[in-house]
Design a protein around this ligand. Structure first.
Ligand SMILES: [Zn+2]
Length: 103
């Protein structure tokens, strides 16, 4: 009777490769944000969004028609599941408000 064996090293490598795939589309990542989430070339703006939030202590933002509540949980959720429009608008609004170029 053959037994199925998983080599620990292979398993660790597989998990590491998985952890390196983009949070949104599972393409190979090109960056990890301040929270350690991987993002591909197309989705780095989401990592930039998280990095800006982390660098500014996850502030609450009121930017019509979107808003972010204070705290990492809200910022990370928007980065992970928010519509493109929403993340782009928030990034754009932050750039206008602060005069900083983010993404
Ligand atoms: Zn992606």
């Amino acid at each position: 009777m053959p037994t199925f064996q998983i080599d620990d090293e292979d398993m660790a490598e597989a998990l590491e490769a998985l952890a390196d795939l983009c949070t949104i589309c599972e393409e190979q990542s090109v960056m990890h944000d301040a929270q350690g989430l991987p993002w591909c070339a197309e989705h780095t703006y989401r990592g930039d969004f998280i990095n800006w939030g982390a660098a500014h202590n996850w502030p609450a933002l009121e930017l019509e028609p979107y808003g972010v509540a204070e705290g990492a949980w809200f910022w990370v959720n928007i980065a992970m599941i928010g519509e493109d429009d929403c993340v782009y608008m928030l990034l754009g609004a932050i750039e206008i408000e602060t005069g900083e170029k983010i993404a």
